[in-house]
Ligand binder design. Structure first.
Ligand code: ATP
Ligand code: MG
Length: 251
């Protein structure tokens, strides 16, 4: 049994069927990429998994526990944390206050709160330096770090990230991807929605490609990165860029 197991999930907006039977799994310790073009249903998948949309049918199981009838805040408490598109942080609260809200259940247990904040600050030293700064004055990359840090305050078993690199400069994109790797190293499995398919597939163990509400491809990440259909649709049709070669070694 996978840590997170989604079977034949159907989600509607009114009469529109946005998810037409999605099945996917995330194993303990894995990074799984969910790719697809605009409107494919990536966000709807994450929102349904985390209880923000109701599935019409299908099942979502976290460590064997059925979640499709569970309320969103209970799903978080069971260990599935979701960082939505567009970083919903509280602009007029400080970094530290935002983090504390991430572990609302422990709001009266100062020791637990502090322990969890310390872990987040270890992963994101930048947040520690700025912990009394109002979140609204942080740069885009720092706000994304805070959004991920807040989601980590519940010590999730699975972290679902919706386009964490969106709108960030390349150097920050690399930092965010390094952080995702570090979070996995610390024992949280990751379901990663990304438009940045090339980098997502470099980081991920496996991936799924979603098209108009259906999974059309699934494989190991390196196999997907080589797949001509993935290349054509998501990698700009370009061959993988090789590291620049030293002319001396090039026969
Ligand atoms: N609240 C809503 N009401 C009605 N239709 C919606 C709603 N949210 C999403 N949809 C529709 O559901 C489909 C899937 O949308 P979704 O946001 O899941 O796509 P996505 O893969 O995340 O796209 P993007 O890459 O643009 O973020 C789209 O056709 C979208 O228009
Ligand atoms: Mg989306």
């Amino acid at each position: 049994m996978a840590l997170l197991e989604i079977q034949d999930l159907h989600t509607f907006y009114g009469n529109i069927e946005a998810l037409k039977g999605i099945s996917l799994a995330v194993e303990e310790g894995e990074i799984v990429a969910l790719l697809g073009s605009n409107g494919a249903g990536k966000t709807t998948t994450l929102r349904t998994i985390s209880g923000l949309e109701r599935a019409r049918s299908g099942s979502v199981k976290l460590a064997g526990r059925e979640l499709t009838r569970t309320r969103a805040h209970d799903i978080v408490a069971f260990g599935l944390s979701h960082v939505p598109e567009g970083r919903r942080i509280f602009s007029n609260l400080t970094i530290e206050e935002n983090l504390n809200l991430g572990a609302y259940l422990f709001r009266r247990q100062m020791k637990i709160l502090k322990g969890r904040r310390d872990t987040v600050y270890e992963i994101f030293p930048r947040l520690l330096e700025r912990r009394t700064q109002l979140a609204g004055t942080l740069s885009g990359g720092e706000q994304q770090m805070l959004a991920i840090g807040r989601a980590m305050m519940v010590e999730p078993r699975v972290l679902a990230l919706d386009e964490p690199s969106m709108g960030l400069a390349p150097i920050l994109v690399r930092q965010i991807f390094a952080i995702i790797e570090e979070i996995r190293r610390r024992g949280t499995a990751i379901l990663l929605v990304e438009q940045n398919a090339r980098q997502a597939l470099r980081l991920a163990d496996r991936g799924y490609v979603l098209e108009t509400g259906r999974i059309v491809l699934q494989d190991k990440a390196d196999a997907l990165a080589k797949d001509p259909r993935v290349r054509a649709a998501y990698l700009g049709g370009e061959p993988e860029v090789e590291e620049a070669q030293d002319p001396q070694t090039k026969n």
